[in-house]
Design a protein around this ligand. Structure first.
Ligand code: SF4
Length: 331
């Protein structure tokens, strides 16, 4: 089986955007690949270094949600980056031969500095995080990395680092990872902007049933349709319909579109139906999460085991890298 690596930064609770944009894809991938999924807590530090005490709780939250959505610790290796110190050592070794110009020209670096103006990101750690990312990927010799188009330059940097290492030290230690581009469905927040914790418009996976229902009921609909008797245009003007597309079958969607356009369906009952679907889909997640919360020792065991599996692999790769570098794997 080919190996896949992907991670998430523990910076807050997960929401429907993460579920549809990332986790559902991870669930599919774990059936076809050997997947390594990690909590990127050192990456979180690059932007959250002023509030690091929140990171462990967010890391636990990520792992709980991953298990709740159905990631299977028997199939996938679920682990915490900072528990595998080998990532840091490989990162340091890579840092020695990575030209600064490669990092400075990274478009995401410039965009994020602009986007997160309120944070001081002119740090060594932030500039160097693509090198850490390369270490995360290459230490598991991942052949595939699920990415969005905007992250392709990062992956290219990882490939350049792998190439440079293999060339400098004369051995093909690292495979060149390839992107796994996937279609990411658009998940709007309740106000119509992209769903995001910082916009305050998210439906979180750990929201309770009542909260989910209320949030869905407050979703923006077709603003040109103040009364039920006004014909709507769901596909072009209704935010709630973006979510309807994710939760209803094509036949059900067609029925909603027809009824809305014919002014026969009101937004309140329509969103009530949507809330039913979302709650029904989230209920198994809530139940699995509750089971895990009730059995903390099982949760700890799963995380410890995942970390051990990752560490075994990482140690082996690091030894190979040192053998190529120094001619001595013990060094
Ligand atoms: S009836 Fe449903 S699809 Fe039509 S505008 Fe209202 S919420 Fe949107």
């Amino acid at each position: 089986m080919k190996r896949v690596l992907s991670g998430m930064r523990p910076t807050g609770p997960l929401h429907l955007g993460h579920l549809h944009g990332v986790l559902n894809n991870w669930l599919r991938l774990q059936e076809e690949y050997q997947c390594f999924y990690f909590v990127a807590d050192w990456h979180a530090l690059t932007t959250e270094y002023e509030n690091p005490k929140r990171i462990p709780a967010f890391a636990r939250e990520l792992l709980l949600e991953w298990l709740a959505v159905g990631l299977d610790p028997e199939k996938s290796v679920l682990f915490v980056q900072s528990a595998i110190k080998e990532h840091a050592e490989l990162y340091l070794l890579f840092a020695m031969f990575t030209p600064v110009s490669w990092l400075e020209r990274n478009p995401t670096y410039k965009d994020m500095i602009k986007e997160l103006k309120q944070k001081d990101l002119a740090t060594y750690g932030f500039l160097g995080y693509p090198v850490l990312q390369a270490a995360d990927i290459l230490i598991y010799k991942a052949e595939k990395v699920p990415v969005g188009v905007d992250q392709l330059p990062h992956l290219e940097l990882t490939r350049e680092i792998a190439r440079r290492f293999n060339y400098l030290y004369g051995r093909e230690v690292f495979p060149l990872p390839e992107p796994l581009l996937s279609e990411v469905p658009k998940v709007p927040g309740i106000d119509g902007r992209k769903m995001s914790k910082s916009f305050g418009n998210a439906i979180f996976l750990n929201d309770d049933e009542e909260t989910v229902r209320q949030k869905i009921q407050s979703m923006v609909t077709d603003v040109q349709r103040p009364r039920k008797s006004d014909p709507g245009d769901p596909e072009n003007r209704c935010v709630a319909f973006q979510l309807i597309k994710l939760y209803f079958s094509p036949d059900e969607q067609a029925e909603i579109v027809a009824a809305c356009k014919a002014a026969k369906l009101g937004c309140v009952p329509c969103k009530k139906r949507l809330a039913e679907k979302v709650v029904a889909a989230l209920r198994p997640l809530w139940e699995r999460r509750q089971e895990l919360e009730n059995r903390p020792s099982l949760f700890e065991e799963i995380v410890t085991r995942g970390n051990e599996r990752a560490r075994d692999f990482a140690r082996q790769t690091l030894a190979e890298a040192k053998e190529a570098l120094f001619g001595a794997s013990w060094y």
